[in-house]
Design a protein around this ligand. Structure first.
Ligand code: AAO
Length: 512
């Protein structure tokens, strides 16, 4: 009891829920596997001008380099040291990226892998992204340095040393996650090394951390590490700002470890959101869009101000982690854009937009056997540059969902309606829904198999508005559909069920 009270107190003092984005910049984009030089350019040429708040980057530290399979994306979740050279670039490029992004008001959150080092069968040698020597079998990582004393060897109670049973809290936190060598976060020395790594990133100007595999670490150990973090760099952040923290905890119910055990330390990923939204938009299991009326806490999600939400993430878009087949991805682009528009219009949670690369999906018995494939790369294994097409989409195998105009414009919608409550909900009892955000924005979605034709109260001031899904406002004219709002706030919404994107969205900044 005393321990819990002390923890709650400690957590309360250190808790970091503020994303440190500029005012009315509401969304994060995960530029999965992007190179630092591409991210720096993207902050300047695209993210800042289009109102993105922050970027989640891939793990910046030294990682194993694998041959079999060949350079999988997941090698970056197998640390070798905390040196900043990775498949995305070196420390100089990292520093340049953080500086340039901060200078245009876009924050960088680093994905930090602190629960473990590489897999037990990682071998020994210098097959690592900075060339540091290591010996996985001997648990020796001289570039940190860690030795076998720094791993949870005596504490794991499973026969294999791996996590075998998610109903056993001790296994989940003291044994190896898919054979990854489990660091002893109970040791001051290990905590100190991790804090040193995170503080190095703070010194370079990052605004926060996505904490990988938080479920597999004891919250009390994490609390001690976070208590050792420096305040953010005053070149860009106000004095006393604490690093923003969001923790990857997969809690879909049914396990003894719950998201709420981590609320004291920062925000937490809400995985129910991704799985459920996919189920509803796909209309599986008898779900209907109309049921989204009480979306959020009403669906037993965590409190909104603690939640980090997403349609898909880098794991569940390829069958890793949790979420299952319902999860929507860029491969189902029409439904994906609908789900993203709903997420970005709805007030629940802090939103993260996924930005992916394409890979050769190949299903055998329902499983994608190419789920390991890494980012677009050259023959020497280096990651390909994100090239740009004349129409502003990306080339070289990069999907760039965050540049799809329907998604980008909804990120702007969310910025315009920021802080406004959900208002004027309407549904047809089936799959046609509409709602507003205060008196600043309104969205209507038709996911039924018949047309939608209905006059609705939008809450918006009278005028002609430009739909940001079929087009957008450019200067004084509209490249898409127009919606006319009458003096009493009503407007006719006609949405063909066969439209490319059966969604209409308008907000104050699209008034013509
Ligand atoms: C690779 C190889 C392994 C090899 C290992 C070491 O694939 O075969 O043993 O190297 O050599 C990523 C990849 C892994 C990869 C790893 C290291 O996804 O395939 O392993 O890099 O290179 C759990 C964790 C969660 C984790 C997720 C993938 O709790 O933290 O697995 N995500 C993060 C990262 C991820 C990364 C790591 C962690 C490791 O985002 O990219 O792995 O740094 C249940 C549990 C979940 C558990 C899942 C998956 O989920 O609740 O906690 O996630 O199982 O095992 C329903 C339930 C849901 C359940 C789900 C699946 O949906 O509601 O709770 O079913 O059973």
């Amino acid at each position: 009891m005393k321990v819990l009270a002390a923890l709650a107190f400690l957590g309360g003092c250190l808790a970091q829920y503020t994303p440190h984005t500029l005012p009315n910049r509401t969304s994060i984009v995960h530029l999965f596997e992007w190179r630092w030089t591409d991210i720096a350019a993207e902050c300047e040429r695209y993210l800042a001008p289009n109102g993105y708040g922050a970027v989640q980057i891939s793990p910046p530290n030294e990682h194993i380099v694998l041959q079999n399979p060949w350079r999988p994306w997941w090698q970056r979740y197998q640390p070798i040291s905390y040196k900043l050279c990775s498949r995305s670039g070196n420390e100089e490029e990292f520093r340049d990226m953080v500086t340039r992004c901060n200078n245009v008001g876009v924050r960088i959150y680093a994905d930090v892998v602190i629960n473990h080092m590489c897999g037990a069968s990682g071998g020994s040698g210098t097959h690592s992204s900075c060339g540091s020597h290591f010996d996985a079998g001997a648990e020796d990582f001289p570039a940190v340095p860690y030795t076998s004393w720094d791993f949870n060897n005596g504490k794991c109670n499973s026969p294999s040393g791996n996590i075998e049973n998610y109903n056993d809290i001790n296994q989940v936190r003291n044994c190896r996650l898919v054979s990854l060598l489990d660091l002893a976060l109970g040791k001051d020395y290990v905590r100190g090394k991790i804090a040193e790594y995170l503080n190095h990133l703070v010194d370079l100007g990052v605004a926060g951390f996505r904490v990988d595999a938080a479920k597999h670490m004891w919250p009390c150990d994490m609390a001690v590490i976070f208590s050792q973090l420096k305040d953010l760099d005053t070149r860009w952040f106000s004095r006393g700002s604490r690093p923003f923290i969001y923790q990857e905890v997969i809690d879909q119910g049914g396990e003894p470890i719950s998201s709420s055990q981590y609320f004291g330390l920062g925000r937490v990923t809400e995985f129910k959101y991704s799985a459920k939204l996919g189920t509803v938009v796909r209309r599986w299991n008898g779900e209907k869009m109309a049921y989204l009326r009480n979306w959020g806490e009403g669906w037993a999600f965590m409190p909104s101000d603690l939640a980090l939400v997403f349609v898909d993430n880098h794991d569940n878009q390829r069958g890793h982690g949790a979420g299952g087949a319902s999860v929507l991805t860029f491969w189902d682009s029409r439904l994906y854009k609908m789900a993203a528009a709903f997420m970005l219009a709805h007030p629940y949670g802090l939103t993260r937009v996924m930005s992916s690369f394409r890979w050769d999906r190949h299903f055998v018995n329902g499983k994608d056997v190419n789920d390991w494939m890494g980012p677009p790369s050259n023959d020497d294994g280096s990651t390909k540059k994100v090239s740009l097409n004349p129409d502003t989409t990306c080339g070289n195998g990069w999907v760039c969902e965050h540049r799809w105009h329907q998604i980008r414009n909804m990120v702007i919608f969310r910025n315009v309606v920021n802080g406004e409550p959900l208002a004027n909900w309407w549904d047809n009892g089936s799959n046609q829904i509409a709602f507003g955000r205060g008196t600043r924005g309104f969205i209507a979605i038709n996911n039924d198999d018949w047309n939608m034709n209905v006059t609705l109260q939008t809450g918006l001031p009278a005028g002609m508005y430009c739909d940001v899904i079929s087009g957008q406002k450019e200067g004084d004219h509209c490249t898409g559909l127009r919606v006319s709002v009458t003096a009493d706030g009503q407007a006719l919404f006609h949405i063909n069920n066969t439209a490319d994107d059966p969604t209409l969205a308008i907000h104050l900044d699209t008034k013509l």
